[in-house]
Design a protein around this ligand. Structure first.
Ligand code: SF4
Length: 407
């Protein structure tokens, strides 16, 4: 089902919250309004205790009336920032709804600023605007901005694409190396200036399902896409690793030898959580673009019943393996008409609704258990070892709701 209408999602600026942690030598300068500044401050509230690596160049009323002023102001602010923070190596100018509405050309601004400050810092731009985008697309935009800077390289390598928690990444890279894949690199890297190379020897493995623009741009640079489900749950993570192993010619026996004990342990850890989740009816509203892989995990490994699986966008190229694993007849909706979706939620009365923050409280007030989808992007949920933690994120609101009903 395709829907369009009013949407209830965070904008792409939100992705700065995890991207700035990943690349501590980068700075994200949002070119936006006071609303954008409030969003980014409250989404990343913990940063008030540290010198933050993001900020907002606030477009005032004067800027909104005249572009010349806005450009001058931006140049002045960037010069000030770089003087104060000489350690910044990559500066992202992040577009917003206001900068798009007044048609402030941030690509040109980045070119101009590169001429002024080249050598000290690289200035890039992408859009985090909430007009027609959802919050995970912010990462897709930021990674696409980095791709032209990746050097060309012929060597055979596995490129993991998508931000992972450092500890999870170390674990996965270690496993790939034990499988015999010697060269494993990541995008985004931990330092913004240490970009991996890309070329015909690069096999690209997506760690997140919302990076279709990045995948296409890397394929244009010669990389080949490894088609696999995403590394959520025991089954998905195993298939993800096995697909990479097959692309590098690793013998299936070696894969089994290394991964079978992990699969066994992962399944054992999942078993008690399955007891809470089994048979519960689940409705996923479109928000993070993780909905389809999560629905696959929750239905196949946790026994949940899928009422509806919403997704903001459906790119069949990067989602084909996931779609094939969903139970036959699963209702999938693409896009959002929030009023109609809420009517369906109320009619169905599912046991658990996965949705954005703005909808969670009203639905809780109506007696439904909810899970904030944004939490799934901030939590370390990738890999076989994390499957039980991932299931726990869904079991907790159900237990809480049960306790409240009992009280
Ligand atoms: S980019 Fe748009 S949606 Fe996001 S905070 Fe700014 S005004 Fe709001």
């Amino acid at each position: 089902m395709r829907e369009s209408g009013q949407r209830e999602v965070f904008c792409g600026l939100t992705s700065i919250v995890w991207l700035h942690r990943r690349m501590p030598d980068a700075f994200f300068l949002v070119v936006g309004s006071r609303t954008c500044a409030h969003l980014i401050q409250s989404a990343a509230g913990v940063m008030i205790f540290a010198e933050p690596r993001f900020g907002t160049a606030i477009l005032g009323e004067r800027d909104l009336a005249g572009l010349a002023d806005a450009n001058e102001e931006l140049d002045r602010l960037v010069a000030q920032l770089l003087q104060r923070r000489p350690e910044i190596r990559t500066l992202f100018l992040v577009g917003s709804c206001p900068s798009e509405v007044i048609k402030l050309d941030l690509a040109k601004a980045a070119e101009r600023l590169n001429r002024q400050h080249g050598g000290q810092v690289r200035v890039l731009n992408y859009s985090g605007s909430g007009i027609e985008t959802t919050f995970t697309q912010g990462e897709d935009g930021a990674l696409q901005a980095l791709i032209p800077l990746m050097p060309k390289g012929e060597e055979r390598q596995l490129l993991i694409v998508g931000t992972l928690a450092d500890a999870v990444e170390d674990r996965l890279v270690g496993l790939f190396q034990r499988l015999g894949i010697e060269r494993v690199v990541s995008l985004p890297p931990r330092r913004s200036t240490e970009l991996p190379s890309v070329g015909p020897g690069t096999q690209l493995l997506l760690a997140q399902p919302f990076l279709s623009g990045t995948a296409r741009a890397l394929i244009d640079r010669g990389a080949s896409l490894i088609r696999a489900p995403y590394p959520f749950g025991v089954e998905g993570s195993h298939a993800w690793m096995a697909a990479a192993a097959a692309a590098f010619g690793v013998a299936p026996e070696r894969v089994a030898e290394l991964l079978d004990p992990l699969v066994e342990r992962g399944r054992r850890a999942l078993a008690p959580l399955r007891q809470t989740l089994e048979g519960k009816r689940l409705f996923l509203l479109p928000d993070s673009q993780l909905e389809i892989p999560l629905a696959r995990f929750l239905s196949r490994e946790c026994g949940m019943e899928l009422v509806e699986v919403g997704t903001p966008y459906l790119d069949r190229q990067v989602m084909a393996e996931e779609l094939a694993l969903l139970p036959a007849g699963t209702q999938i909706s693409e896009g959002q008409h929030v009023e109609n979706q809420l009517l369906r939620v109320r009619a169905q009365r599912p046991d658990l609704v996965v949705c954005g923050l703005g909808l969670a409280n009203p639905l809780e007030a109506e007696g439904m258990a909810t899970k904030w989808s944004i939490e799934l992007v901030f939590s370390p949920i990738h890999g076989i070892d994390q499957a039980a933690d991932l299931a726990e994120l869904f079991a907790r609101p159900l237990r809480r709701r049960a306790a409240l009903s009992f009280a």
